[in-house]
Write a protein that binds this ligand. Structure first.
Ligand SMILES: [Zn+2]
Length: 47
């Protein structure tokens, strides 16, 4: 199972114009020129 999370919207400006920024899961928003990274923390498990 992949832990790669795919964002549908930029968390900063809400735009959908995203492109992969790094090989390991980073994303870049063309709209606000921010690069960010999402981390998958788990599913069905509450710590
Ligand atoms: Zn943005």
């Amino acid at each position: 199972m992949s832990t790669r999370a795919v964002p549908f919207h930029c968390p900063y400006c809400g735009d959908e114009d995203l492109e992969p920024y790094e090989k390991d899961g980073g994303w870049y928003c063309r709209s606000c020129a921010r690069a960010f990274k999402l981390t998958f923390l788990g599913i069905g498990v509450k710590i």
